[in-house]
Write a protein that binds this ligand. Structure first.
Ligand code: IMP
Ligand code: MG
Length: 176
């Protein structure tokens, strides 16, 4: 496909890693019930794959966000679609597609923690640590990635490529 430079994680690698992380989460929350909170639209693909691997009772809800700028110093995020249900007294796991600078996750954690969850954890498909600016508590991570722009498995470039079954580095010169 035009624009794809190389595949970072294949469908099989992603499936198998999500199974492992799903087993870890199921063990950690055994005996309880868990609410997965996804961030539209990128994390939907990961969230549904992860949810299928969990053996504890699970509910799902979604937040929509708008980023005002790509500049990390601006780093401004706002909620464009709030959760449908209360999270008070619930075990909540925020499910992210990628954590880059950390600004988005920090904002969402502040937003969610004010609503009285019993616990609040973070799970991400991809973690790009070289670009982290704000430290955030990360409970589960499937893969660490290098400092390259990636697409697939929910991650987009101008809204495209989300439906790829693999995660790939995008070649910005190959056009879209
Ligand atoms: P942060 O606030 O810098 O951590 O940015 C996180 C958000 O930026 C993610 O939820 C993605 O929407 C977007 N993003 C960051 N890196 C990439 C990438 O490599 N591909 C696609 N989207 C990305
Ligand atoms: Mg995006």
């Amino acid at each position: 496909m035009a624009g794809i430079e190389r595949v970072l994680f294949t469908e099989q690698e992603i499936d198998s890693r999500i199974r492992q992380v799903g087993a870890e989460i199921s063990a950690d929350y055994a005996g309880g019930r868990l609410k997965l909170v996804g961030v539209l639209k990128g994390s939907v693909f990961f969230l549904t794959a992860l949810a299928r691997e969990l053996t504890v009772p699970v509910t799902v809800d979604f937040l929509g966000i708008s980023s005002f700028s790509n500049s990390p110093t601006a780093g401004m995020v706002s909620i464009s679609k709030d959760l449908d249900e209360s999270i008070e007294d619930e075990h909540v796991l925020l499910v992210e597609d990628i954590i880059d600078t950390g600004f988005t996750t920090r904002y969402l954690l502040q937003h969610l923690s004010g609503r009285g969850p019993k616990s609040l954890g973070v799970c991400t498909l991809l973690d790009r640590t070289p670009r982290r600016i704000v430290q955030i508590p990360l409970d589960y991570r499937c893969f660490e990635i290098p400092d390259r722009f990636v697409v697939g498995f929910g991650l987009d470039y101008r809204q495209l490529y989300r439906n790829l079954k693999y995660v790939a580095v995008l070649n910005p010169d190959a056009g879209d």
